[in-house]
Design a protein around this ligand. Structure first.
Ligand code: PEP
Ligand code: MG
Length: 590
């Protein structure tokens, strides 16, 4: 059993596929006698897989170069049929108790050395062929691939990787991914966020996972407890089945609440909105009873493509999502590229500290062409979808906000000249995710229409804890007194807006989706919680089962406390008492 950080709830059990950044070094090791049979089988499977790949390549080459070119790859097959080679690998597995990958590599090296030493030119030329085919065979045994082999998985598998990029994650065929284990990342890394919205059980921060696991091994990923089990026992399997049954029962219970309004027992209405990473999630949000979209991350348009999305394309997507949500508000956040979200179609210079660097609004203000294309698309979509609101990420103070607003104004003027309509009353909000923005919240509130607190970044910037770094993950504390006080200050600052009637404050970081923290946020005066769709049902149930007056008292108590663990316990005990059914066999994630 291996411990990691839980980033997405749920459990998955399947064979694993290990994705390596670089070809792995195969460690010298021996296997137990009981493993011999399995390793021989693994070797046979890899032989078949290699033969199939060679056939496929030969076929593709034939289409392009004709039969002559393809004959090289057909001749590669002979290496796989060489009885001396096959017997020697099998002997190493059976007698020397070597794992299949190590045995195949050792015999291949021996073959290559002996061919290289033959003075005959013909044999020396065959060395390249042998290297090619044996390397492919060994790669198939270790699971190494230069390509993202997970996009071609043929059976549900657990992915094990050093790290996954958000662009790899969105490419995944959900049906084929039973779970994710990564060495890096954490709850608020964008891969974690995506895994949750795709409902893929995931753990992160498991050190050396890609060295410990081998492709083909059976793994159980427990995203509730942050555990990975190698070769699960019968008992593990029954625990898994029981947990899945409980989860289904709970889901059924929660569905009954979906149609009821999101109000506390003493009548305080809370807006429960969805975080979307892809347009297709809008339908799920609607089905889960969302009151709108509190954060639509638009970076994902820029992934896995060769050209930039055009104004027309963006216009259509924004319109589609906004129309799908009916008259419910849809907050569309302008581009937040940079940090852990890079795309190959745009150039990002190497940076020492990407999260403190060329990111989000900073990138947009220096690349106004890209920014304006997006703003124009948003404005045009707002002409018929009047529920669209615009939100700027990573605003550090009023100058940056004013600069963004000036560009928005330029776009409005252009559209007017072109005779293209837009909603002249479109609301513009600010993401509060840098401590300086909290300290200037009063000024920002006077200029904007709403705030949305991005706790994922606010925590990392306030506590100086990289949200991606598993080594210091324990310092990433949403209930740190500094964070609780900053949220309270933001609410206070918001009161200075809209000519002193105040502007609404939401939270759209992952903290908003933590059932144990929702009453604390509400008690601090937050009006809206924007969360990923799978968490929505549980958070709704919590809100429906508490009194706002109690939440307020809870928040006042928390504001007096000086340490994270005590605030977490206070808040968690409060929620556990109000909705114990949500905690069946479940440990707190944060
Ligand atoms: C945040 O920082 O809390 C947030 C919602 O933005 P992102 O996670 O996309 O950085
Ligand atoms: Mg952010």
């Amino acid at each position: 059993m291996f411990h990691a950080t839980s980033v997405s709830e749920g459990m998955g059990m399947a064979r694993c596929v290990v994705l390596y950044r670089q070809r792995p070094i195969i460690a010298e090791r021996t296997i137990e006698p009981g493993e011999v049979e399995g390793e021989l089988e693994r070797f046979s499977r890899a032989l078949i897989q290699t033969a199939e790949q060679l056939q496929e390549i030969a076929q593709r080459v034939k289409e392009v170069l004709g039969s002559d070119g393809a004959s090289i790859f057909e001749s590669h097959q002979f290496v796989l049929e060489d009885q001396v080679f096959l017997d020697e690998v099998s002997r190493m597995i059976q007698e020397n108790h070597l794992p299949a990958d190590l045995a195949a590599q050792k015999v291949s090296h021996k073959y290559i050395r002996s061919f290289e030493s033959i003075p005959d030119e013909y044999f020396r030329q065959r060395v390249a062929d042998i290297k090619d085919v044996t390397t492919r065979l060994v790669d198939n045994l270790t699971g190494w691939s230069q390509h993202d082999s997970f996009s071609q998985l043929s059976e549900p598998s657990i992915l094990v990787a050093t790290d996954l990029t958000p662009s790899q994650t969105v490419q995944m065929n959900r049906q084929m991914i039973a779970g994710i284990v990564t060495e890096q990342g954490g709850v608020t890394s964008h891969v974690g966020i995506l895994a949750r919205s795709l409902k893929i059980p995931a753990v992160a921060g498991m050190q050396r996972a890609t060295e410990i696991f081998r492709t083909g091994q059976e793994l159980l990923v427990d995203g509730y407890r942050g555990i990975v089990i190698l070769s699960p026992t019968q008992e593990d399997t029954s625990h898994y089945t029981r947990q899945m049954e409980q989860e289904r029962e709970l889901e059924h219970l929660l569905e009954l609440d979906a149609a009821k309004p999101v109000v506390t027992l003493d009548g305080r209405k809370i807006t429960l909105t969805a975080n979307l990473s892809q347009p297709a999630e809008a339908e799920h949000a609607l089905a889960a009873g969302a009151n709108g979209v509190g954060l639509f991350r638009t970076e994902f348009f820029f992934f896995n493509r060769g050209t930039l999305p055009t104004e027309e394309e963006q216009y259509e997507e924004y319109l589609r999502v906004a129309t799908c949500m009916g008259d419910r508000p849809v907050v569309i956040r302008t581009l937040d590229l940079g940090g852990d979200k890079k795309t190959s179609i745009l150039e990002f210079p190497p940076e020492e500290n990407p999260f403190l660097g060329y990111r989000a609004i900073r990138y947009c203000l220096q690349n106004t062409g890209i920014f304006k294309t997006q703003l124009r698309a948003l404005l045009r979509a707002s002409a018929s979808a009047r529920n669209i609101k615009i939100m700027y990420p990573m605003i550090s103070g009023i100058e940056e906000f004013a600069e963004a607003q000036a560009i928005l104004q330029e776009c409005k003027t252009e559209l007017e000249k072109e005779g293209k309509p837009y909603n002249t009353k479109i609301e513009v909000g600010v993401m509060i995710e840098i401590p300086s923005a909290v300290l200037c919240a009063g000024e920002l509130a006077r200029k904007s229409d709403f705030f949305s607190i991005g706790t994922n970044d606010l925590i990392q910037y306030t506590l100086a804890v990289d949200r991606m770094n598993p080594i210091i993950n324990y310092l990433y504390q949403p209930t740190h007194p500094a964070i609780i006080r900053l949220i309270s200050s933001t609410v206070e600052g918001a009161r200075h807006g809209n000519e002193y009637g105040g502007i609404p404050v939401g939270v759209c970081g992952e903290m908003a989706g933590e059932i144990e923290l929702a009453p604390l946020l509400i008690g601090l005066g937050v009006d809206e919680l924007s969360i990923s769709v799978p968490n929505m049902m549980k958070v709704r149930r919590v809100i429906q089962r508490v009194y706002f007056s109690d939440c307020h008292r809870l928040a006042c108590q928390a504001l007096q406390m000086g340490d994270s663990a005590r605030i977490m316990k206070l808040s968690s005990d409060f929620v556990r008492a109000a909705a114990p059914e949500l905690f069946v066999d479940r440990l707190s994630r944060l």
